[in-house]
Design a protein around this ligand. Structure first.
Ligand code: AOF
Ligand code: ZN
Length: 378
């Protein structure tokens, strides 16, 4: 038999087969290995609500599970949800030892799965490849421990650090290769967010094109002033996924006809009550209309099953998310084009790399992707 890390790495690769299909549930992989080190069964969680990875692996192994070691990228569950619980099934199958990468952050499980296994006489080791196991499930951990989606802030910048030719002018910067990458990512995330300014200027569809997407993609407009027009392209692509307009109770009260028009167009208009002392108020600028409490908005999105959100802009929305400390990952697409001094710049400190760690840049055709995680204590 090889090292625990060797088989766990394999289980992590197996878990990846579910990518894009399991949300809001986690990616999970399981591998059963006999005393000689032969893999006798493996399985992954293929779709939310479907059988858990451990059960798929146990079924594949049949009687050969007896005396085997189970490598599991997430602690086996101990609760009855849509399926489960898995931990008793693992014990009943005669598995001798269970190696777990990371404890399940789900409060229904968290520690109970491994405790149950130990109580039934199964040897348990945990923390094997823990960092990797957390990394494949950042959205799931985010929702379970912080009750909000994992947030990526994405932007395209010109060589001279501008976001457009001039304020309010639609400017597309990235070339074909980066665009393919962006659409592949869109195929995996749960939701895309933009400010109402971006809808007015760009009229984007915010769909995943040229990449297979398994589920509807939720499009979210942060719209304090209810400026989104009912004629927006977002509403002609409702078959790609629902559109949520996040606004304030105040704006909804003062513009009932706009709410009605947006609802008729197919929007789900969601009023976010500003919580006392809320962080992440998005200012509506000089036109008035109050604030959207971003933290409260994210909580509402999590309740709707959204575990990952990519915030595409514009700069006011980016600034509000950043200042509220609600960004987890930064993605900057650097393009070779120069836009000149009429073009607005983007959060200068973030563009300079403050507050986050950029990994080695990745080349995507003529463009460069700088991506990294935000420094945070939690
Ligand atoms: C999964 N797949 O392979 C494992 C999970 O909604 P349920 O009943 O499927 O339960 C989901 C919970 O089960 C999930 O939050 C996690 O805590 C635990 N483990 N879930 O979807 C799996 N092993
Ligand atoms: Zn389970």
């Amino acid at each position: 038999m090889r090292s625990d890390e060797f088989y766990m790495t394999r289980a992590l690769a197996v878990a990846e087969r579910g990518r894009g299909r399991t949300s809001p549930n986690p990616l999970v992989g399981a591998v059963l290995v006999d005393a000689e080190g032969v893999v006798v069964g493996s399985g992954h969680h293929a779709i939310a609500g479907g059988p858990h990875a451990e059960i798929v692996a146990l079924r594949a192994a049949g009687a050969r599970a007896r005396g085997a070691t189970l490598f599991c990228t997430l602690e086996p569950c101990a609760h009855v949800g849509r399926t489960g619980p898995c931990a008793p099934r693992v014990a009943e199958a005669g598995v001798a030892r269970v190696v777990v990468a990371v404890q399940d952050p789900n409060p229904l499980v968290s520690g109970r799965g491994t405790a149950l296994l130990r109580a039934r006489g199964v040897a348990v080791a945990d923390g094997v490849c823990e960092a990797e196991a957390r990394a494949i499930n950042r959205p799931f951990f985010s929702v379970m421990t912080r009750r909000r989606p994992f947030v990526t802030m994405k932007v395209a910048l010109s060589a001279d650090g501008r976001i457009s030719e001039a304020p309010g002018v639609r400017t597309s910067l990235t070339a074909a290769s980066a665009n393919r990458f962006i659409h592949r990512e869109r195929a995996e995330i749960d939701a895309i967010g933009v400010g109402s300014g971006t809808v007015l200027i760009d009229d984007p569809r915010l769909t995943a094109r040229g990449a297979y997407r398994h589920r509807p993609l939720v499009r979210v407009v942060f719209d304090t002033r209810l400026r989104t027009p009912a004629s927006a392209k977002l509403f002609s692509t409702l078959d790609a996924g629902p559109v949520i307009i996040l606004t304030t109770p105040e704006a909804a009260r003062s513009a009932p006809r706009r709410v009605a028009a947006l609802t008729r167009a197919g929007a789900d208009v969601l009023e976010v009550e500003p919580s006392p002392g809320a962080v992440g108020m998005m200012r509506a600028g000089d036109a008035g209309g109050g604030h959207v409490d971003l933290a409260g908005a994210l909580e509402q999105l999590a309740v709707r099953g959204i575990s990952s959100l990519v915030v595409e802009g514009g700069p006011d929305l980016h600034r509000a998310f950043w200042d509220a400390g609600l960004v987890d990952r930064v993605q900057i697409f650097r393009t070779p084009r120069e836009l000149g001094s009429r073009g607005p710049t983007w959060l200068p400190a973030v563009a300079a790399g403050n507050g986050w760690s950029a990994a080695r840049p990745r080349t995507l055709g003529v463009d460069l992707l700088m991506e990294g995680y935000v420094h945070r204590a939690d």
